[in-house]
Write a protein that binds this ligand. Structure first.
Ligand SMILES: [Zn+2]
Length: 268
């Protein structure tokens, strides 16, 4: 888990981002996540429309015939700038580094958690997390987020910190190499617990509550999350690390007992 309290660099959206496209972008994002669309690792994630309308061109209407320029890339001009549509099923691990441009595309929500750290989460995953948190609270289970999105530089700081605190073997086992952490996606969330009004934060302490984790894990798919490292898929068991994949994929993975790797391998 991320124990760093270092200040996070503020990210800015492209200057060209305009309000007009935000609703459409949100809808497209929902579609991309709910529909289980995913991009093979390493490919650039792109919206459903091609960017690059030259200034001054007329926008084509829906009824216009297709351009006759052939497949050389002169697709019909888009009706809007590039949309925000992320791949909720992106696989990032030791052999699948973060796709190019991901950090430029991602839109993050930021909040301050119960221990005073600034936490950033991909916006769709954050909305789903808030629903999950509310549902858990209704059951008397209280969670908060330790960390979610991390830049490559922040991941390096965690490697250094864990190496110093626990030794290189532990750091190697529990902390991903910078550039290969799922946390770079903004879709991976590390939870901590509040038990009897007491914050339970350190890894070794969190392991002391298997019953609470079981309650949490049982409803993750309802909110589009999976337990990413259940043990046995090449990583140590991490009850706190959950991953947003969207409700459809999460439900299918839960139903069929698949890890993300197995689910992607089985996809057509
Ligand atoms: Zn994690």
């Amino acid at each position: 888990m991320n124990r760093t309290t270092g200040k996070l660099k503020k990210r800015h959206l492209p200057a060209g981002a305009v309000l007009l496209v935000q609703l459409a972008a949100a809808l497209l994002l929902l579609c991309a996540c709910a529909g289980g669309i995913h991009t093979p690792p390493g490919e650039t994630v792109a919206g459903p429309e091609e960017p690059g309308l030259p200034a001054g061109n007329e926008l084509p209407t829906e009824s216009e015939p297709p351009a006759e320029d052939g497949p050389a890339g002169d697709d019909p001009a888009p009706e809007a700038p590039p949309e925000y549509a992320i791949d909720c099923l992106v696989l990032v691990d030791e052999t699948h580094p973060l796709p190019d441009g991901w950090e430029d595309e991602i839109r993050l929500e930021q909040f301050t958690n119960a221990v005073g750290d600034e936490v950033r989460v991909e916006k769709t995953a954050y909305a789903a997390y808030l629903d999950l948190k509310e549902a858990l609270a209704a059951r008397g289970v209280y969670v908060d987020l330790d960390s979610a999105f991390r830049s490559v530089a922040e991941q390096q700081a965690i490697v250094d910190e864990f190496t110093e605190k626990y030794g290189p073997a532990y750091a190697e086992a529990y902390v991903a190499e910078p550039g290969t952490s799922e946390h770079h996606t903004g879709l991976a969330l590390d939870l901590f617990l509040i038990v009897d009004d007491r914050i339970v934060y350190e890894n070794e302490d969190l392991m002391e509550y298997p019953g609470i984790w079981a309650e949490i894990h049982a409803i993750l798919p309802d909110y589009g999350f999976i337990l990413r490292y259940p043990g046995g898929n090449g990583y140590p068991y991490e009850p706190w690390h959950i991953r947003y994949v969207g409700p459809d994929a999460a439900g299918e993975m839960a139903e069929r007992g698949l890890t993300l790797e197995e689910y992607l391998a089985a996809a057509p």
